[in-house]
Write a protein that binds this ligand. Structure first.
Ligand code: ADP
Length: 456
């Protein structure tokens, strides 16, 4: 079967649908090709914290921030391996992209917060749970406008090149081969490779073997987009930079079941009941510290401040009572009793919490260097939930410029080819700040759509 359209988007996650909508807003007819039976990719599974400097919301909470600060934290938080001009484009366009989403009906909470490894209170949380707010917003746009077609269960296998210009794709659907020609351009938005164990091992140099580590990713995060681009000369950068989180469910690796509610009011303890890291640190620092603990296992500890009632929900829409009933969280009225329930040394555990509470009172850096405090852990009931390292995000990928055009190994633009989202590299460097991915995929998805529609 052969089709022709203006812009082809490979992948129907957050970056792909941002690109599809923006290409359509810029006058293009669009086909989105998604290999899985549904849209959403990793985006729909994400906690969906979205970093943006937003004086309107932040000033109400007395938070000082600036585009330069967001830039510097992103650049330095990635060990200066990201390309400055790409980071600049990200941080400058993060808030305008929120306004773009709001113009399509998406709602964000008024309160901003610091997400795990986000380093600053500039994370915006959609009103709808997980990534559903993003996906519903794009889906509504697609439903209400003619000109964006979505093909599910259709896996792109090849880019078609004419001369040096990308002019279409080959794919396979449930009935066989599909060819789609693109009058204007092809956007690769096929996500990362966190679920591809072979590829992780091929590129990983910054961690011990990741073969037996689980992932937060959906099973389609296999790096197909990287292979497609590389095959026609696209340059891949920073592929060794793989992000793990210390927050995986011990059974599945998923982020679900995580009992933390913001980073200020929880501590981590190991199987001996001792703290071991600054819990406000970068994601890589916390995960490396966790890997040095017995069984690479820790307990997240919170109290009533995080769960005023049993039906209070976590970021994954699970109530604490539900998690307790499933033995995924534990609850007790005293710290000693909680220690016994989770099998850690009670005197270590009580001392760890007491010392933390003293630091909260003092408000200055504690023995691990932590400076991020709000409430003490002093109000029963107390809660514990187990967590292990999990592969979360792949920072490396296709090299692009600030127009989301794909570059070859000599730094030249490959005409007709654009990329956005987790499939790209060179933005987050060695470590991505929590809350920067949603901003990245939205900003660059939107730019890629504009560039492709304009045949830039
Ligand atoms: P991002 O956050 O960058 O948007 P996601 O993981 O949310 O990344 O979305 C990427 C999407 O691309 C997923 O839905 C995934 O199934 C899809 N995808 C991956 N490889 C292919 C492929 N070969 N053909 C079509 N879709 C693909």
């Amino acid at each position: 079967v052969e089709h022709t359209t203006d812009v082809i988007v490979i992948g129907g996650g957050g970056a792909g649908l941002a690109a599809a909508v923006s290409a359509h807003q810029n006058g293009a007819k669009v086909i989105v090709v998604e290999k899985m039976p549904r849209l959403g990719g990793n985006t729909i599974l994400s906690g969906s914290a979205y970093n943006a400097v937003d004086p309107g919301r932040q000033s109400k909470q007395g938070i000082e921030d600036s585009i330069d600060k967001h830039f510097t934290q992103t650049y330095e938080g990635g060990d200066k391996q990201g390309k400055p001009e790409l980071i600049r484009t990200l941080v400058e366009n993060a808030y305008p992209a929120i306004e773009w989403l709001e113009s399509m009906g998406m709602e964000f909470n008024d309160k901003v917060f610091t997400v795990l490894g986000g380093l600053w209170p500039r994370a915006h949380k959609p009103v709808k749970p997980l990534g559903t707010g993003f996906m519903d917003t794009y889906q509504n746009y697609i439903n209400n406008n003619d000109g964006i077609e979505v093909m599910l269960d259709t896996k792109v296998t090849e880019l078609i090149v004419d001369g040096n210009r990308v002019v279409g794709i080959k794919a396979e659907d449930l009935n066989g081969d599909v060819v789609i020609n693109a009058n204007n351009g092809v956007v690769i938005a096929a996500g990362g490779f966190g679920a591809n164990i072979e590829m992780r091992e091929k590129y990983n140099t910054s961690w011990p073997s990741l073969t037996n580590i689980k992932t937060t990713n959906h099973p389609g995060a296999t790096g197909d987009g990287l292979t497609l681009a590389e095959k026609i000369g696209g340059n891949l950068v920073g592929m060794e930079n793989i992000q793990l989180l210390p927050m995986g469910d011990p059974k599945t690796g998923s982020l679900s079941g995580n009992i933390e509610q913001g980073v200020e009011n929880r501590i981590f303890v190991n199987k001996d009941g001792n703290r071991f890291v600054d819990e406000g640190q970068r994601r890589d620092v916390m995960t490396k510290a966790l890997m040095e603990q017995k069984d690479s296992f820790m307990w997240v500890i919170v109290d009533k401040h995080s769960y005023p009632t049993g039906d209070t929900k976590n970021n994954f829409n699970e109530s604490i009572d539900e998690l307790i009933a499933q033995d995924r969280a534990f609850k007790a009225d005293t710290l000693e009793e909680l220690a016994e329930k989770i099998g850690v040394d009670a005197s270590n555990f009580v001392k760890a919490v007491d010392n933390f509470n003293k630091s909260v009172e003092k408000g200055s850096a504690d023995e691990f260097g932590r400076t991020l405090f709000a409430d003490k852990i002093d109000t029963p009931p107390f809660y514990a939930g187990g967590r292990v390292p999990t592969v979360h995000h792949t920072m490396g990928g296709i090299e692009i410029n600030t127009s989301a055009q794909v570059l070859d190994k000599d730094g030249n633009v490959i005409p007709g080819l654009y990329a956005a989202g987790e499939v790209t590299g060179g933005i987050h460097g060695a470590n991505r700040l929590g809350g920067n991915a949603l901003a990245d995929i939205t900003v660059y998805g939107k730019i890629a759509g504009e560039s492709a529609a304009a045949k830039k």
